[in-house]
Design a protein around this ligand. Structure first.
Ligand SMILES: Cc1cc2nc3c(=O)[nH]c(=O)nc-3n(C[C@H](O)[C@H](O)[C@H](O)COP(=O)(O)O)c2cc1C
Length: 216
């Protein structure tokens, strides 16, 4: 695929054809994604390719609990789990076809990051650090872009991260590692290519964040 096309049209895919992904294809995807950048080039990623049904089901069950908590919090009109906001809304039971299909999703990847290899540049500030994520999420995004080249699609999810302590033993998550994402891949039933994103002048300004909006 042409790069700009891939960047502009790689929407989330949550429904997959009943068609396996060959190990060689998944290997090729990871082999491309490993060229992602990371702070100090420390490449902190670890990937577990989750095939065991019992593990998948435990993951889905934990994700469903978080999903319902998320839907409940979102129903209040605030961004669920946003920093500085406590959630006192009750969970709301809501369908999640992605999780219902956990047994048959062609590829389920648990992605972890070795925290000992990540320089948390903003770790000294009086707010949650975010720069550390920049050493791992480009890798995750590269998996999704590389999958596209093979006619595959998928979605990066973080709901399992909220339940990291509960799933850590089952995945043998190493000490000092964070579970940063669960990525689902397969042949899309439908690849959404018309993505809803805000225009450049809504987020880019000159000189300062309160400067004139940037237009060309
Ligand atoms: C950091 C991050 C976390 C996400 N977590 C979840 C998640 O827990 N569950 C889920 O279904 N999708 C998750 N997504 C997918 C987003 O919902 C999706 O990228 C966004 O809605 C844009 O969708 P689109 O590309 O189809 O327009 C996540 C995406 C990112 C980048």
């Amino acid at each position: 695929m042409e790069l700009t096309d891939a960047l502009r049209t790689t929407g989330a895919v949550r429904a997959f054809a009943d068609e396996p992904v060959a190990d060689a294809t998944l290997h090729a995807i990871l082999d491309t994604a490993r060229f992602a950048p990371s702070g100090g080039n420390r490449q902190p990623w670890r990937v577990a390719i989750v095939r065991e049904l019992d593990t998948r089901r435990e993951m889905a069950s934990l994700m469903r609990t978080v999903w319902e908590e998320y839907v409940g919090a979102n129903a209040t009109g605030v961004t669920a789990f946003a920093f500085g906001r406590s959630i006192d809304a009750p969970p709301i039971a809501a369908p999640n076809p992605l999780l219902d299909a956990i047994d048959t999703i062609p590829v389920v990847l648990a992605v972890a990051a070795d925290l000992r290899s990540i320089a948390m540049m903003d770790g000294n500030l009086d707010r949650p650090p975010v720069t550390g994520g920049a050493s791992i999420y480009p890798f995750c995004w590269s998996i999704l872009l590389a999958a596209r080249e093979h006619g595959l699609g998928g979605v990066l999810t973080t709901f399992l991260s909220r339940a990291e302590p509960a799933i850590a033993p089952r995945l043998a998550l190493p000490a000092d590692h964070a579970l940063v994402a669960t990525i689902f891949l397969g042949r899309p039933v439908h690849q959404n290519t018309k993505l809803r994103r805000e225009p450049v002048n809504s987020f880019a300004t000159i000189d300062r964040f309160d400067g004139d909006s940037f237009d060309a």
